[in-house]
Design a protein around this ligand. Structure first.
Ligand SMILES: *Cc1c(COP(=O)(O)O)cnc(C)c1O
Length: 395
């Protein structure tokens, strides 16, 4: 058999179990209403929670940075790619996160890969929430540490696994890892409980705030602000500029010592070209807009409530919560795909989420709202969910 046939056969298997994925094409800017596959629709599944991706301040900052610094950074940070704006953004980020320092990574995926691989190795133990993001799972694999999976948001189960691991062997370092807001469920990790467990056993707690940055907390600073924990020496925060902040790239926020260590140890930091100036400038502008516009978070929360209440009133099985990620559970794969298709035909883009992104039997339409949606947008979505849901006998 040649390689072409083998790949084809694997894809055919995916197709026959409804797990084959294809790309859809957006021909407009990223806004509450987009043109996708030639059709105008309300975007009900982006992570652009604050609606900043097409904000004038971000566009202008990116354009100005291109004029001043050029299009690319030209090298990795450790060669000649470390430009003054990289360090300015790191400073702004550590202020935003209430930490001593911060270090940029090119993506959240790379931040997790680099961070986890640097912090844990052979002879260490990682304790990971069962619903953690794929980039955390891959980081754990890269690390070669022993990985223990604890039940979702279950600090007591985590504690029992730590005690069990102590009996099993002598691990040098213990690292607990959790999403701050879980990407597919939209629920929130019990940060205070996890920190207590970390402190009790001298473990490091690594929180992935990709979906919490710009969303959780009074001023959008993330999980630690939501729980009022302040910064703690055992807490390491990572997060991205690519979701609520509407730009691109990621950060790790912690001590200056950690920053120094990662610069020397994180392969995903060392062996890659620095982020381009336009991206850095857009991220900086996003932090400034978030600080200056007191209404952004209020609008996000209002829209969140409106969609949650609307879908709940219709009788959909949604996961209750306090974030803009609202999963609508739909049962099997075929029904989920059909609902997504019907919604699209009625002018709503809400993608079907299937295994392996979520566990078997937990298919869903993962809806999200942003601060940019108008109440008419959301009203229209609820109306369509009502009509299509009845047609498909989901409600
Ligand atoms: C999106 C996401 C990432 C990856 O961030 P990118 O910048 O898109 O690579 C990491 N962790 C979580 C929890 C995410 O949702």
């Amino acid at each position: 058999m040649n390689i072409g046939n083998e790949l084809l056969q694997e894809l055919e298997e995916l197709r026959s179990s409804h797990l084959h994925r294809t790309l859809r094409r957006v021909a407009s800017e990223q806004a509450p209403r987009i043109i996708m596959d030639g059709r105008q629709c309300i975007n009900l599944c982006s992570n652009n929670y604050l609606g900043l991706a097409n904000h004038p301040a971000l566009k202008e900052a990116a354009a100005a940075a291109v004029q001043k610094y050029g299009a690319g950074a030209g090298a990795s940070r450790l060669v000649t790619g470390n430009m003054e704006i990289h360090e300015m953004l790191e400073k702004a980020t550590s202020e935003f996160k209430g930490t001593e320092d911060a270090l940029l990574f090119n993506t959240g995926y790379m931040a997790n890969a680099g961070l986890i691989q640097s912090l844990a190795g052979d002879g260490d133990a990682i304790f990971s929430d069962e619903l953690n993001h794929a980039s955390i799972i891959d980081g754990c694999r890269l690390s070669r540490a022993q990985v223990f999976i604890y039940r979702h948001r279950d600090a007591e189960h985590l504690r029992s696994l730590i005690l069990q691991s102590a009996v099993q062997g002598h691990y040098r370092r213990l690292v607990i890892i959790t999403d701050g807001v879980f990407s597919m469920d939209g629920d929130i990790a019990p940060l205070t409980d996890l920190l207590n467990v970390a402190d009790e056993y001298g473990a490091i707690l690594l929180v992935d705030d990709a979906h919490a940055t710009g969303v959780l907390g009074r001023s959008g600073r993330g999980s630690f602000e939501h729980f009022g924990t302040g910064s703690s020496p055992s807490l390491i925060q990572m997060g991205t500029y690519s979701k609520a902040l509407g730009s691109f790239g990621a950060y790790v926020a912690g001590t200056s010592l950690l920053r120094d260590y990662l610069i020397n140890r994180a392969r995903a930091f060392i062996y890659t070209t620095a982020l381009p100036p336009s991206v850095i400038a857009a991220s900086m502008a996003a932090l400034n807009v978030l600080k200056a516009d007191g209404m952004l978070l209020a609008r996000l929360r209002e829209n969140m409530m409106m969609l949650r209440d609307g879908l709940t009133a219709l009788g959909y099985n949604i996961l209750q919560g306090e974030t803009p990620i609202i999963p609508v559970f739909t049962g099997d794969i075929e029904r989920t795909l059909l609902l997504s298709q019907r919604l699209f035909e009625a002018g709503i883009c809400a993608t079907a989420i299937r295994p392996p992104t979520v566990p078997e039997g937990r298919c869903r339409i993962r809806t999200t709202v942003t601060a940019g949606h108008s109440s008419e947008d959301i009203g229209q979505c609820i109306e369509v969910f009502s009509r299509v849901g009845r047609e498909l006998r989901l409600i």
